[in-house]
Each structure stands twice: as structure tokens, then as C-alpha cells.
Design a protein around this ligand. Structure first.
Ligand code: MBD
Ligand code: FE
Length: 282
């Protein structure tokens, strides 16, 4: 990182971290058959050709685009860019064959291997962690309504400033991340803080595109979760907050009405939200 202010996150810093996390993740490498590469790569290129013809793209514009694409790679922002602007469509396609709780995009800031926590617990937090205290409580069930005991809720979220541990400097590793295990009745109760909306870093190439196009750079406040249990299909999803800013204009187009929490003030300044997860058999 080149910043002289160690506590100010930079696009280059979080982009580099997100690229490193993506490369480190164990994931399916697939030998994609030539027919499929041909069909999909051809369609992508045809889409680009079509846009050039339709909008009379000039040589200077082509060279500017080339420069920008190089900057995205050098800034490590491909995970950010693709997850913000493309992943929601991949998720839509996957959702066609998915039952139970709705999924949403994973995004660039998941880190595996977080601390395992009991069913009633608090996410790891700094002393005096800023933000409105929030409790998320509910039950994991299968499609027949039977409780799923020992399900893992792998939770990660931004803090009250909208920053993720592991990607922004100055936040302890594992902050606001943890794997909560449901009890014998599939129940869980997790104490955390209300996350802030997330702003795409404005100082990197993705942010420059957003500004150049006159778009806003925001995702509504959200919690990320993977819910998994042996024999069940893992759900990767996000939960949002009723009435939250940007809920109807998420730049990543990853909200769904079924995924919106309705947290109730508890009279002591804290919020409590209920949410039940439904898993389908693998
Ligand atoms: C995020 O926090 C996020 O969830 C997604 C999908 C993209 C960028 C930042
Ligand atoms: Fe996020």
C-alpha cells in the first residue's frame, strides 16, 4: 500500500486484498468445453461489438476504455467490479434451481476460516465497537419445516463506518466475522452492530467509472451469510434493513424483498430482528 495515512482505506489496498482473497480461495476449477467457451465468449464479444456500433464509439474512447481496463487489473479491482456489476445475474441463473431461502451475491469480502461460535453469541468486536447494537435471532429449518440442528451460519459484515475487516486497514482480523452453530432446535441468536451502507471506493478505477457515468456508488447496509449443514445445499445470501438508504437502488442490484429484515427498537437503544432460514437437501 502506498498510503501515508494508515487508517484511511484506499481502493488499491482493498482491491489488492480482495484479489489475494480470491486467489487463495479453494474453488472448483472447471474444464469448460470448447463449445461452451465458443458460445459464451462469442456472445460477450458480440455484445461489445454491438455497443460500439450502436454508440459510434471513437478511437479515443476505445483507447480510454483500454487504459481503464488495464487500471482495473493493476488496482486489483476485478473481484470488486465483477461482483458489483455482474455477479447478480449469475446468482439469478443459479436461483432458477434453488428452493428455500433466497440467495444473493457473495461479493468480494468473504474470508473463510473464521472463529466458531455457539448458538447464542456475539460476533467478535472491538472494545466499544461503534454502531447500534443489533440482535439477529431465528431458526434454521428444512423444506418440511424440521429444525436443522448444528447448521453453520458463516456471517460477515461491514462495521458502522462501512468497512470490512481484512480489507480496510486498522480493523483487527476477524472483526464482525464468525461461524455461528445452531442449537438442537436449529435456533440461533447473534449479537452484533448495525452495519453502515457500503460505498464502492471512489479513488480506484471502479469508482472513477461510477463518477464518470454519474451513477451513485452505494450498496444498502447488509449482513452477509452462508448457511450450511451436512446433506443440505449451502445458501449464500445477504440480509438488508427495512427503510434503509439505497435499498431500492443498490448499485450491485443484489436486494430481494424476501431478504429485508424489519428490526424493532428494544427501548434500550438496541435493535432486534428475526429471520428464519430454510435449507433444501443437497
Ligand atoms: C460489498 O460489500 C458487497 O457486498 C458487494 C457485493 C460488492 C462490493 C462490496
Ligand atoms: Fe458487502
Amino acid at each position: 500500500m502506498t498510503t501515508t495515512e494508515p487508517h484511511t482505506p484506499t481502493a488499491a489496498g482493498s482491491g489488492t486484498s480482495a484479489s489475494r482473497a480470491f486467489r487463495a480461495a479453494a474453488r472448483q476449477t472447471q474444464d469448460v468445453p470448447a463449445e461452451r467457451v465458443d458460445a459464451v465468449a462469442r456472445a460477450v464479444l458480440e455484445g461489445i461489438h454491438q455497443a460500439i456500433r450502436e454508440h459510434n464509439v471513437t478511437y479515443p474512447e476505445f483507447q480510454a476504455a483500454k487504459q481503464w481496463l488495464m487500471d482495473v487489473g493493476e488496482g486489483g479491482e476485478w473481484p470488486l467490479f465483477l461482483d458489483v456489476f455482474v455477479e447478480h445475474v449469475v446468482e439469478d441463473v443459479a436461483a432458477r434451481t434453488q428452493d428455500g431461502t433466497k440467495g444473493s451475491i457473495q461479493g468480494p469480502y468473504y474470508l473463510p476460516g473464521q472463529v466458531t461460535l455457539p448458538s447464542t453469541t456475539a460476533l467478535p468486536m472491538r472494545p466499544g465497537e461503534q454502531g447500534t447494537p443489533l440482535v439477529l435471532a431465528g431458526q434454521v429449518r428444512d423444506l418440511d419445516g424440521e429444525p436443522v440442528a448444528g447448521a453453520e451460519l458463516d456471517i460477515w459484515q461491514a462495521d458502522a463506518d462501512g468497512y470490512y475487516s481484512g480489507f480496510a486497514p486498522g480493523i483487527p482480523d476477524g472483526n464482525l466475522r464468525g461461524v455461528v452453530v445452531s442449537d438442537g432446535q436449529g435456533r440461533f441468536e447473534v449479537s452484533t452492530v448495525q452495519p453502515a451502507p457500503y460505498q464502492i471506493p471512489t479513488d480506484g478505477p471502479t469508482g472513477r467509472l461510477i463518477a464518470a457515468a454519474g451513477w451513485h456508488a452505494w450498496r444498502p447496509a447488509h449482513l452477509h451469510l452462508m448457511v450450511r449443514a451436512p446433506g443440505y445445499r449451502t445458501i449464500t445470501t445477504q440480509l438488508y434493513f427495512q427503510g434503509g438508504q439505497w435499498l431500492d437502488s443498490d448499485i450491485a442490484e443484489a436486494t430481494k424483498p424476501e431478504l429485508v429484515l424489519d428490526p424493532r427498537p428494544q427501548g434500550d437503544g438496541s435493535l432486534r430482528a428475526g429471520y428464519d432460514f430454510v435449507l433444501e437437501r443437497a
